[in-house]
Design a binder for this molecule. Structure first.
Ligand code: C2E
Ligand code: CA
Ligand code: CA
Length: 252
């Protein structure tokens, strides 16, 4: 915890960026920023191994603020049509300064509000008290995606009370495509639900051509190792240049 408290100041935190592919145009629609901790002794630590500690200790508030600023600063350098998604812990939503830190980060970096999207996890911690904060953020033009959909507890009741811009179908459902008929039925139904409620849909964790072929037709965006692994910010121009050289397979 002491190491983590120093990590931001020491420049040990990094963001890796994973592309979100728009399935209509087969072009990159944006990137999701994923936290990495380059510990001087332990080496690279993945978020699942330190986010829980950051949440318990409250350090996630400062780390999360750093993540929004860093991701926004990166995204202003990308082509204007690309967005950036940043993961937000429910713990951050409880911070009374959260909305201010978002506005300040966007002002300082000059990123258009509409190019930022926050991903909130459907978790037991997502409470009614969080909804007004989410509403205030989406009123600013910032998109709110419901992450890991299908793994939590009370998602349907939240869908009734808040207009998420996007729903991300959890990897565990995509993982069992195409073999598992139940997963496919659930995914199909979730897509119908999202469409009816006016949300875009992203399938995450797409790893194989079979999964891609099955899902791409029905989702707005696809994300996963099959498209690309998370990459450092410096690799993005090269990635986009390679993509621009490919022929368009379908019209947007
Ligand atoms: P997530 O938001 O569900 O992010 C997607 C995770 O799935 C990432 O793991 C990504 O590297 C991984 N992934 C992407 N495509 C594939 C695939 O095709 N197959 C497989 N097996 N995995 C894939 P990562 O980077 O280890 O992040 C883990 C979790 O840590 C994230 O899950 C998110 O909940 C959390 N996290 C990451 N960055 C932040 C952050 O800045 N703030 C907060 N609060 N949480 C973060
Ligand atoms: Ca996410
Ligand atoms: Ca997810």
């Amino acid at each position: 915890q002491a190491d983590l408290a120093r990590a931001v100041g020491n420049g040990e935190l990094e963001l890796a960026y994973q592309p979100l592919l728009d399935t209509a145009s087969l072009r990159t629609a944006g990137f999701e920023a994923l936290l990495r901790w380059r510990h001087p002794v332990r080496g690279l630590i993945r978020p699942d191994d330190f986010i829980p500690l950051a949440e318990e200790s409250g350090l996630i508030v400062g780390i999360g603020e750093w993540a929004v600023r860093t991701a926004s600063a990166a995204a202003v350098k990308w082509p204007k049509e690309l967005s950036v998604a940043v993961n937000v812990s429910t713990r951050q939503l409880a911070d009374p300064h959260f909305v201010d830190t978002l506005v300040t980060a966007l002002m300082d970096t000059g990123l258009d509000h509409r190019r930022l999207e926050l991903e909130v996890t459907e978790s037991a911690l997502l409470r009614d008290a969080n909804l007004p904060i989410l509403k205030a953020i989406s009123d600013l033009g910032i998109g709110i995606a419901l992450d890991d959909f299908g793994t939590g507890y009370s998602s349907l009741s939240y869908l009734q009370r808040f207009q998420f811009s996007k729903l991300k179908i959890d990897r565990t459902f995509i993982m069992s495509v195409p073999e598992n008929a139940k997963s496919k039925a659930i995914i199909g139904t979730v897509i119908d639900l999202a469409r009816t409620l006016g949300m875009r849909v992203t399938a995450e964790g797409v790893e194989t051509a079979e999964q891609f072929d099955w899902i791409a037709e029905n989702c707005d965006q696809v994300q996963g190792f099959y498209i690309a692994r998370p990459m450092p910010a410096a690799a993005i121009p090269g990635y986009l240049a390679t993509e621009a050289a490919l022929p368009r397979r379908r019209q947007a």
